[in-house]
Design a protein around this ligand. Structure first.
Ligand SMILES: CN(C)C(=N)NCCC[C@H](N)C(=O)O
Length: 283
């Protein structure tokens, strides 16, 4: 799919690019096990409410002009709604996921099959990694989280396969167990992040790489405000992240708040529900 240029954001002169996202309707969503500090099986979750909130997210993408493809949910895989964890897709090459926890293990092959059936070049990973949960792609680099889920060996494997430099960042706070809970790309060259989620060395790396980054507060990070999706002009973000949203608006982004409180009970937000399909650009 050739990337189209979206209309400029209403509140500034930023220009976004149309994206292609893969999503999974949360028909079998539930909180029946706990593999991160957000999950409480005693509290559970309301599947119908999760589906309604997810539909709003999908509609928001479509209103912005993005293409949304769907993968069928699988009964017995309640976290499959978190499509971001299913793979990393760069230039049409699909590096599969290999989950840390047995509860999610079957999702990796299910996502990889979806891509293989559609003619993408796929690679089944040797090393544990949770797809775009821990790999975030910018124009010239892929940022890669480790510490809770993804092995550094997978960073090396992904670099070889996708052919972009992969920079390892160490996560240290269990609330922010995937990179996409603590950082998101604003465009191909800049990011927003919460420094407290990273080791001192990784904070230094981020300061050096992104001197103009937007720095989020713990308050906004704690409502998964950094689990956001930007097309360069429009930022789809958890509605509760009010401070970060105001700052993004001040910088000229069009902020699109979404309510995903039911999915947050499993530790997920807008980005978790969204796997970007970056097709071959010819670059
Ligand atoms: C923003 N995050 C963390 C994601 N990319 N994915 C959400 C995964 C949630 C799932 N219960 C788990 O703990 O794996």
């Amino acid at each position: 799919m050739a990337l189209a240029t979206l209309p400029a954001a209403t509140s500034g002169d930023r220009t976004g690019t149309a994206r292609h996202y893969l999503m999974c309707r949360p028909e079998f969503f539930a909180v029946t096990y706990a593999i991160n500090p957000w999950m409480d099986p005693d509290q559970g979750a309301d599947t119908a409410r999760a589906v309604r909130q997810w539909e709003e997210l999908r509609a928001a993408y479509e209103r912005l002009g993005h293409k949304v493809s769907l993968i069928d949910p699988v009964d017995g895989l309640p976290d499959m709604v978190f499509a971001a964890n299913g793979a990393l897709v760069v230039d049409g090459r699909v590096y599969g996921a290999k989950f840390t926890h047995a509860e999610r293990a079957a999702e990796g092959p299910a996502y990889l099959r979806w891509f293989a059936d559609r003619g993408f070049e796929t690679m089944a990973p040797t090393h544990t990694n949770e797809g775009e949960g821990d790999f975030l792609t910018l124009d010239d680099v892929v940022l890669a989280g480790t510490g809770f889920r993804t092995d550094v060996a997978a960073h090396v494997e992904a670099q070889e396969f996708v052919g972009r430099p992969v920079v390892t960042l160490r996560l240290i706070d269990p609330r922010f167990y995937h990179l996409d809970t603590a950082l998101f790309p604003l465009d191909g060259h800049n990011v927003a992040y919460y420094p407290g989620a990273f080791s001192e060395g990784s904070r230094n790396v981020l300061r050096r790489m992104f001197p103009d980054a937007v720095i989020a507060t713990e308050e906004d990070a704690a409502v998964l405000g950094l689990n956001a999706v930007s097309d360069g002009a429009n930022v789809v973000i958890n509605a509760e992240a009010t401070g970060l949203s105001r700052e993004l608006e001040r910088l000229g982004y069009n902020v699109v708040p979404v309510e995903l409180s039911e999915l947050r009970k499993a530790g997920g937000g807008p980005k978790c529900c969204t796997l970007e399909i970056r097709e071959v650009t010819g670059a």
